[in-house]
Design a binder for this molecule. Structure first.
Ligand code: PEP
Ligand code: MG
Length: 902
């Protein structure tokens, strides 16, 4: 029989899939003998049964009852008993943390009678009614579905009454009044009374946690974090301990290292006489954790010892929640802590240096997204007119962002949708603000510390955040904020938020390059001692990745400047040099001349005019990449893409005719050509190899330009390694025909110059048929490059730009896919074709080199797939090269990542 409930002591941290992250970590602490309030966990499997069938699994109620009875026996108190009742907290806990996604219900077990027992002594009266108030409020909103704002409004009414009377603290009578008005509110909104039976409270809360898996907030979060839809959540049921029993009680959060920088040391916040929720909500201002050393030296010391043990056990920075009830320390949860990108690199490098973790564990602790974040720019405050500082607060999530202030989530989403950059401003944030936080560049709050909702969520998303900016007043009704100096900023005012310094400035401050980017720009050499620590840490991890990886990293570049940058960033060649950009700008008339040429001789003349320009382009690029491969793709897009816009031409001609003038003959010719060459679907039109076979001389011109560039570089003493790549090949015979022409030109130039030319010729595999017939194609190809942009479009049967606008958002909402297949390779479909191309290509030519040149080459999860698929290299934009290097190293050290990272 399946077990659906585990006592904490029965689990371990390896069981996160079944017990959820929270349940597994509680179990681990209980096992280690740390003071964890006793409890048990209902498994994710029970949740999955509920989600699949709409009912809890058979026997679940009995199992819960058995574990509850054991808990009651151990505590010597029963749920719902009139005198000093046992109270429970019920929390959701999925496999992956989903902050604020699923609500907690505290103080389960209280009812109209038990509240009297709990508050039987005068000093406990207010506490008891406050606890009951919290239960009715949380149960009412989370379980019974009453809008939580309505409860807050009732509290607000009462507070305003008190402000008028100059007595802002709500007393016992107020709490009793709140309980009554909350119960009335529930009855009025749901037609049901707040349940008095503790067993019913518990049962309904467990089911509500199950259901919340499919709540709007949870779904939004999963989509963003690419968490599978079918995992389900576990439910942790635990005896309550209270941090709000007076000055010798309190709650806090602690990190075993600074989560912003990774440096060791005690780091956290404490709030005396408060429940954990009060700390996280940022409603009252906390004190630094070090203050606890004075307030309660015994608990402080004990906490320090537990923290050290936890860090040792997890071999990583831990994030801890604790409560002190009347001088007794209780550990409420722990987990491997969320950290900034800087801290991720810092912690990994330090622990590896200390020999606590292996190189592969160190690489496992960082990722390409964190590196990309470190490479993003920061503010250049040395610029002449940086705006004045309008707010200072807690530097909660680092980085630099500029945007217009907005005062609610909906406005943030609206403006961001219109292309504006925005900064979401509020007193604090709640999970309901998630869409706005996703849309915003940065978040600014007036209240809360580094562990407030705003801070935690922003850090996870890599968004800039300053919180607890105490000097500012936010006026939601007038949609403005007032600074400490009395300056009012209305909605839409542009500000610059510096999440590293915790400073907000008026206007758009110019951005400066990050030190990490500068390090790469300087060629990634070992940094000077005085360089910032983060540069040393990045250098350390890049070295680990480079020595581990099997995949080579090349770059997509089509100018000497990009090629040089790519090389500084660590690219070992160019995987894709697109030649179409060389046909634009002032060269357009020359391309037009090729298209308009009425005779072979005319076309030959027009192509000859283009040739020297192409040769110059190639010479510069080969020089920048001297000694490394440069893969030049022959012209790919249809020629009509180089012609002027049809409407523009037609209007110009019509205007001339209307004014009784003769339109320019060239305009007429161009319009005729545009109309003649029009394609309903250029994506699948006359392009790539097709173009080379239909337009005589085009391939020869490009190949000659490249071959002569190679000759020029060799004569200059260089080591050019040009490769020629034929795009959009669908059938082996197409490639054979193009190659005949390529080989002939190479032979000609070799003979003319007396210099041997050894240029590999390969093809882009970007059509399903090409992948399926790769074995035959490989007979004539020295290399394959997988063009996964077009391969994804042709496999899915859609064009990217149209699909992303038209139906992808709906598909993501409705779960057809979690990530766009254009961002992360679709392993099942496109990936399968890649595997076929690799297997059949290598079967017919064992030394076939295979790379990828689609956008996927710089996407972390896709890099792991390409590693597993046995490719030789990935090619990506120069700025993504460090990310690809890092991920290629991670992929090499973590064989399982091939299955788990997408
Ligand atoms: C591709 O299709 O994957 C590719 C690299 O081509 P494009 O230049 O169209 O991005
Ligand atoms: Mg393409």
């Amino acid at each position: 029989m399946t077990t659906y409930v585990y006592d904490f002591i029965e689990g371990s941290r390896e069981m996160a899939g079944l017990l959820g992250g929270k349940g597994a970590d509680l179990a681990e602490m209980a096992r280690m003998g740390l003071p964890v309030p006793p409890g048990f966990t209902v498994t994710t499997e029970a949740c999955r049964v509920f989600l699949a069938t709409g009912a809890p699994p058979e026997g679940l109620d009995d199992e819960i009852a058995r574990h509850l009875a054991a808990l009651e026996r151990a505590a010597g108190r029963r749920l719902g008993q009139v005198d000093d009742p046992l109270l429970l907290s019920v929390r959701s806990g999925a496999r992956y943390t989903m902050p604020g996604m699923m609500d907690t219900v505290l103080d389960i077990g209280l009812n109209d009678l038990a509240v009297l027992g709990l508050g039987k002594t005068p000093e406990r009266e207010r506490f008891a009614w406050d606890s009951y108030r919290r239960l009715v409020q949380m149960f009412g909103s989370t379980v019974m579905g009453v809008d939580s704002a309505l409860f807050e409004a009732l509290i607000g009414d009462l507070e305003r009454e008190h402000e008028a009377a100059d007595d802002s603290r709500l007393d016992t009578v107020d709490m009793i009044r709140l309980v009554e008005s909350f119960k009335d509110l529930i009855a009025e909104r749901t037609g049901e009374e707040f349940p008095q039976d503790p067993a019913e409270q518990l049962r309904r809360t467990v089911l509500a946690v199950f259901s919340s898996w499919n709540g709007e907030r949870a779904r939004t979060h999963r989509r963003r974090e690419h968490i599978p839809e079918d995992l389900g959540t576990a439910v942790c049921i635990q005896s309550m301990v209270f941090g709000n029993l007076g000055p010798d009680s309190g709650s806090g959060v602690a990190f075993t290292r600074d989560p912003a920088t990774g440096r060791p040391g005690v780091y956290g916040e404490y709030l005396s006489n408060a429940q954990g929720e009060d700390v996280v909500a940022g409603i009252r201002n906390t004190v630094p954790l070090q203050r606890l050393a004075d307030l309660d030296p015994g608990s402080y010391k004990e906490l320090g010892a537990h923290m050290a043990r936890l860090e040792g056990r997890y071999q990583d920075m831990c994030d801890i929640e604790f409560t002190i009830e009347r001088g007794k320390l209780w550990m409420l949860r722990t987990r491997v802590g969320k950290r900034t990108a800087e801290a991720a690199f810092g912690i990994a490098a330090q622990l590896a240096d200390e020999g606590l973790i292996s190189p592969s564990q160190a690489l496992d602790r960082v990722d390409g997204d964190a590196l990309a974040h470190l490479m993003s720019p920061r503010f250049d405050t040395s610029a002449p007119d940086v705006g004045e500082v309008v707010a200072r607060g807690v530097p909660a999530s680092p980085g630099a962002a500029v945007g217009a202030v907005v005062f609610d989530s909906a406005e943030a989403v609206r403006r961001a949708g219109a292309g504006e950059q925005v900064v979401l401003v509020g007193q604090e944030t709640t999970p309901d603000d998630l869409p706005g936080m996703i849309a915003a560049q940065a978040v600014l709050t007036a209240r809360g510390g580094k562990t407030s909702h705003a801070a935690v969520v922003a850090r996870r998303m890599g968004k800039v955040c300053v919180c607890g900016a105490g000097g500012i007043t936010v006026d939601l009704a007038r949609r403005c904020l007032t600074t400490a100096d009395g300056v009012t900023l209305t909605e839409g005012t542009v500000v610059s938020v510096d999440g590293t310094q915790g400073v907000v400035r008026l206007g758009a401050v110019p951005l400066a390059e990050s030190e990490v980017t500068q390090y790469f720009e300087a060629g990634g050499r070992a940094p000077e001692d005085e360089a910032r620590q983060i540069v040393h840490d990045v250098h350390r991890l890049m070295a680990l990745a480079d020595s581990a990886r099997r995949l080579e990293v090349r770059a997509d570049a089509d100018t000497p400047e990009d090629a040089a940058r790519a090389r500084r960033f660590g690219a070992r060649g160019i995987g894709l040099c697109r030649t179409e950009h060389m046909f634009l700008g002032e060269r357009r008339p020359l391309v037009e001349a090729v298209i308009l040429a009425g005779t072979d001789a005319g076309r030959t003349r027009a192509l000859a005019a283009l040739m020297p320009l192409q040769r110059e382009d190639f010479t510069g690029i080969l020089e920048a990449m001297d000694g490394l491969p440069v893969t030049v793709r022959l012209l790919d897009p249809p020629l009509h893409e180089f012609l002027p816009d049809r409407t523009e031409l037609a209007v110009r001609i019509a205007r001339e005719e209307a004014a009784d003038r003769t339109p320019a003959a060239r305009d007429r010719e161009l319009l005729a050509a545009v109309e003649r060459m029009h394609e309903s679907n250029p994506l699948l039109g006359l392009r790539g190899a097709r173009l080379g076979l239909v337009v005589p001389g085009l391939v020869a011109m490009q190949v000659r330009a490249l071959a002569e560039a190679v000759v020029a570089r060799k004569r200059a003493g260089g080591d050019p390694r040009a490769e020629i790549m034929v795009p959009l090949v669908n059938d082996a015979r197409e490639l054979r025909l193009v190659r005949d022409e390529v080989d002939a030109v190479l032979a000609d130039v070799s003979e003319e110059s007396g210099i041997a030319l050894d240029c590999p010729v390969g093809t882009v595999i970007e059509l399903p048929r090409a992948a399926l017939t790769a074995g035959r194609i490989a007979r004539d190809a020295h290399f394959f490059c997988l063009g996964t942009n077009l391969l994804t479009q042709t496999t899915w049967g859609c064009s990217r730009d149209d699909a992303e606008a038209a139906f992808f958002p709906t598909y993501q909402d409705r779960g057809v896919f979690e990530r766009s297949p254009f961002e992360t390779i679709d392993r099942e479909g496109v990936g399968r074709l890649v595997e076929i191309a690799v297997a059949e290509g290598r079967a017919s030519r064992p030394d076939l080199t295979i790379g990828v040149c689609g956008e996927h080459g710089g996407d972390p999860a896709s890099v792991h797939f390409f590693h597993a698929a046995g490719l030789d290299y990935v090619s990506c934009s120069p700025f993504r090269v460090p990310v690809a290097r890092l991920e290629a190293g991670r992929a090499a050290l973590s064989p399982s990542s091939a299955d788990s990272s997408a």
